[in-house]
Design a protein around this ligand. Structure first.
Ligand code: ZN
Length: 206
């Protein structure tokens, strides 16, 4: 028995960029059960639980990752603007760098995945006249850093970039959404930029 953690990854198999391996900056989204609230402390704890050296790079090599640098990104979470210091790791074999993001975040978006999904769920509820978990007003009340212009922007991005994708593979806004988006599209749900993103599961070895 060991409480050490290991990674397994989801490899994109359909709609990922053909030049996947030519991207220099590739994200790694860390997927784990029982997400902690987004904070620098929870992020640091997540990173400290990783065996970074053993992460597998997109070049296929493992055992070559080192801590490289940090960058800051703003996240609007539960009424708090958090400037998260995100770690970038580098593969000593090929030189590629990878930002390590918790899978609660959407690359390049300040609004977390949960709120984004709730907004789209509310829009679908209105469009189809079906029950939605939260209304726009309830979402904005639970995170008052989200305003109606954010809501409109997210819905437009969804309609422009993701609506047809979800229809194509008959995907729902359910607990499998993140895993399915990495599986079919090689990126996080609602990620607009096409930079490759790899999903790693963080599991306990039992
Ligand atoms: Zn590499």
């Amino acid at each position: 028995m060991s409480n050490r953690r290991k990674f397994t990854s989801v490899s994109p198999n359909y709609d990922c960029p053909k030049d996947f391996h030519n991207f220099h900056n590739i994200m790694i989204s860390l997927f784990y059960k029982n997400y902690k609230p987004i904070s620098q402390t929870s992020y640091n704890n997540l990173i400290s639980s990783l065996r970074i050296h053993n992460l597998t790079c997109t070049c296929g090599m493992s055992g070559h990752m080192i801590k490289h640098a940090y960058y800051k990104r703003l996240v609007k979470y539960f009424c708090v603007e958090t400037l998260l210091k995100i770690l970038r790791v580098k593969c000593k074999h090929c030189g590629k760098t990878h930002a390590l993001l918790p899978a609660q975040l959407i690359p390049y978006s300040q609004i977390p995945l949960d709120d984004t999904v709730a907004i789209i769920n509310a829009w679908q509820g209105l469009e189809k006249n079906i029950y939605a978990l939260k209304s726009y007003e309830e979402i904005m009340a639970s995170n008052h850093l989200i305003d109606f212009s954010n809501v409109k922007y997210i819905i437009k991005q969804f309609k422009d970039h993701w609506l047809e994708r979800l229809k194509t593979y008959v995907l729902d806004l359910d607990s499998e959404l993140v895993i399915n988006c990495f599986k079919y599209f090689g990126r996080q749900f609602m990620q607009i930029k096409r930079n490759p993103n790899i999903l790693f599961f963080l599991n306990h070895i039992t």
